[in-house]
Every structure is written in structure tokens, then in C-alpha cells.
Ligand binder design. Structure first.
Ligand SMILES: N[C@@H](CCC(=O)N[C@@H](CS)C(=O)NCC(=O)O)C(=O)O
Length: 224
């Protein structure tokens, strides 16, 4: 198998980490999205979405990081994607929650329009309003994540067992480190992330991302 990815990418990191944690034989092919390589014909031809990650398993190609995580977990029979109907439904629910509600306002409202030139609105008033909206909505989602999904005693998102929802949710939540969000108002999120970051391959997989975050320090971010 082959994964088209970039180590800084929010949606590549969870897949890369799952592959590393489970020693799945997958070749890594970097698509340099910072240099626009995802728009070059070689990649556009096989993924017209111009997005990473994308998995190749023989002649089968799969996009969408959450779908790739489910595919790989199912393929290796991992406990991180429970077989029990209700437990699996809970994992799917949490992944969908992150992928839609939370990521829309957190990623595409608050973080990315400040960070990526192609997502910055041309009109400064519009830009300000987009980011202010994203920030307010994100606070609401973070509170729900802190109080409802994790709560005071869960080690992970769906109880005390690590699931693919944690790989996905942690990658999305840590995107806040790009603009140096302070999560001290959300102790359950901090505790969950600390549990997740203690995993065997976190430091290695997140090394490039952490370096990128260090390079964005000290800028006038609108952050939490
Ligand atoms: N829903 C997709 C989103 C993929 C996505 O947004 N990938 C980003 C990297 S994190 C990308 O390729 N961005 C390139 C661009 O925006 O030009 C998934 O979960 O895989």
C-alpha cells in the first residue's frame, strides 16, 4: 500500500500514526502541499480533489482520512475500531462530529483563514468576521468536547479504550497549536491529549508538525 501525505497536514497525521502504531507496511509518498504539488498533473490525475491524504491499496484508491482510518483498522482487525455494533456506532459518531461540526468552525473558521494565504478573505472586514465567528463557535464545541465527549473520567474519547476516533480527533484538536491556542480552560481536553500524546509514535509522527508550530510562534493570532 502507499499513502500520499504530508507530515504537517492535519488529516495525514492520524493515518500516519495509525500505520506506525500498527506496523502496517505502507510506503509514504510526500505530496508537498506547501509548494502546490497537489495541483500538478501527476497528482490531480489520480485525485481530482487536490487533497491529501490518499491511500492506494493495489488498484483501489481511497480519500478522506476518516474513511482511510476505518479501512485500515478493519483490514488489520484492530480493536481500535470495535466490532460491537453500538461501540462502533459511537466511534463513527465521534469521528463524524469532529469531521463536520468541530472542524468546520475550528479549522476552516478560526485556524486556517489566519494561517493559509489561499483561505484568507480578501476584504479585511470579512476576514475579521470569519475568524470572530470561528472563534466563538469553536469555544462552544470545545466546551462540548470537554464536558460531554470526554467528561471528567474518560481516558479517551469513547471510554477507556483507544479508538480510531482518538487518532482523528487528536489531529484535529492539536491543529490549535498552529495558532498557539491556550487550552487551560478545558482540563478534560488537556488530560485526554496528554494520554494520547504518550502513545509510542506520537513524538516521531508529530515532529515536523511541532517544528512548524514553533515557527508560527509570536504572531498576532486570534486564538482561544
Ligand atoms: N476531508 C478531507 C480533508 C483533506 C484536507 O483538507 N487535506 C488538506 C491537508 S490537511 C489538503 O490537502 N489541503 C490542500 C489545500 O487546501 O490546498 C480528509 O479528511 O481527508
Amino acid at each position: 500500500m502507499k499513502l500520499y501525505m504530508h507530515p504537517v497536514s492535519t488529516t495525514s497525521r492520524p493515518v500516519m500514526q495509525f500505520i506506525a502504531d500498527n506496523n502496517i507496511p505502507v510506503d509514504m509518498e510526500v505530496v508537498d502541499i506547501l509548494k502546490g504539488q497537489h495541483y500538478e498533473p501527476a497528482y490531480s490525475k489520480i485525485n481530482p480533489n487536490h487533497l491529501i491524504p490518499m491511500l492506494e491499496d493495489g488498484d483501489f484508491r481511497l480519500t478522506e482520512s476518516a474513511a482511510i482510518l476505518r479501512y485500515l483498522a478493519e483490514k488489520i482487525g484492530s480493536d481500535t475500531y470495535p466490532k460491537d455494533l453500538k461501540q462502533r456506532a459511537r466511534v463513527n459518531e465521534v469521528m463524524d462530529w469532529f469531521n463536520s461540526n468541530f472542524y468546520r468552525d475550528w479549522g476552516y473558521g478560526l485556524i486556517y483563514p489566519q494561517l493559509f494565504p489561499h483561505l484568507k478573505r480578501e476584504d479585511p472586514k470579512v476576514q475579521e468576521a470569519v475568524v470572530a465567528w470561528g472563534k466563538e463557535k469553536s469555544k462552544g464545541w470545545l466546551q462540548i468536547l470537554n464536558d460531554h465527549w470526554i467528561g471528567p473520567s474518560n481516558k479517551y474519547l469513547c471510554g477507556n479504550q483507544l479508538t480510531i476516533a482518538d487518532y482523528f480527533g487528536a489531529a484535529v484538536t492539536t491543529a490549535g497549536e498552529l495558532i498557539h491556542c491556550d487550552m487551560s480552560a478545558y482540563p478534560n481536553i488537556q488530560r485526554w491529549l496528554a494520554n494520547f500524546k504518550a502513545g509510542p509514535n506520537y513524538a516521531k509522527i508529530y515532529e515536523t508538525f511541532n517544528g512548524f508550530c514553533a515557527s508560527t510562534k509570536g504572531q498576532p493570532w486570534q486564538a482561544i
